[in-house]
Design a protein around this ligand. Sequence first.
Ligand SMILES: [Zn+2]
Length: 328
Amino acid sequence: MSFKDVLGHAKPIEFLKRAIKEEKVSHSYLFLGNEGIGKKWTALQFAKALNCLEASAEQWDACDRCISCRKIDHHLHPDVLLIEPEGQTLKVAQVRQMQRDLAYRPYEGRRRFCILAAADRMAPNMSNTLLKTLEEPPLHTVIVLLANNPRLLLPTILSRCQPIRFYPLPIPLVSNWLVEREGLNGEEAHLLAALSEGSPGKALEIREQMRQIPREELLIDLIGLKTIPFEKKESWAECLSSNRDTVVLILEVTKTLLRDLVMMKTLKDGAKLIHSDLRHQMEAIAPKWNLPSLLNRMEALHQTLLAIRGNANIMLSLEAMMLSWAEG
Ligand SMILES: [Zn+2]
């Protein structure tokens, strides 16, 4: 892998290549973007390009063959550190170890390179430790922080890093990649690409989970019914309350099913559906609904997703959603 093999993200890559070419590489960068979008991959290619022993002067990219490139690929390069959370959050010991490692000159590379994943998931005392490193960056060192929520980072950290934003990739690009690189069929690839919101890593992550989600049942029994019978409501709430990540995914899927119904009513174009395999079922359900009711349901669902992602009580949030759905 090198810059040219990264899926999408032409602008961030162009920016980094220009920094190498003009010898204006910063001490610290902040790569911002959704989980699984390609930040870590790009950071590793940046480390390779900076340390490559055969980089061609025209391309400012890694050769992918020299000993330095191969060591980085196999996570064996002593000067390229990749720090990822053990569990949910980064641990204090990990950041302290990073500080100790950065105190030395590079062993064999031109630059010591440190990629700190999930930088938005660390305790405040760790942020202060990290800040000290960013304030007095060791020589020959590049630190890349990866994060998806800049609001969780201290303003003082934000101000010390060169921010680079990674935007969601176009759905067809992710979908084609899933077909060509992962061997998925076109329908599954399109569905996963759309649900991942343009994030190839997330598409792969939810692949197994998606096979367990009863999409047709969600469409017919949850969205298709004007009034959901009491027993159904109970069983949905029960099935949904199991695990926060699963609930979020089920609600995201439900949102795209509602979105498809809206498309069906407005454009009457089956080709634009995310769940194109459920087209016939949608054609039967769409006439039962008017557009404002569908949009109200989407809004209520959106609010519920925000609440549950923000750690609200799952059962209460779902009950509130069902109640607002029942109102129209
Ligand atoms: Zn190389």
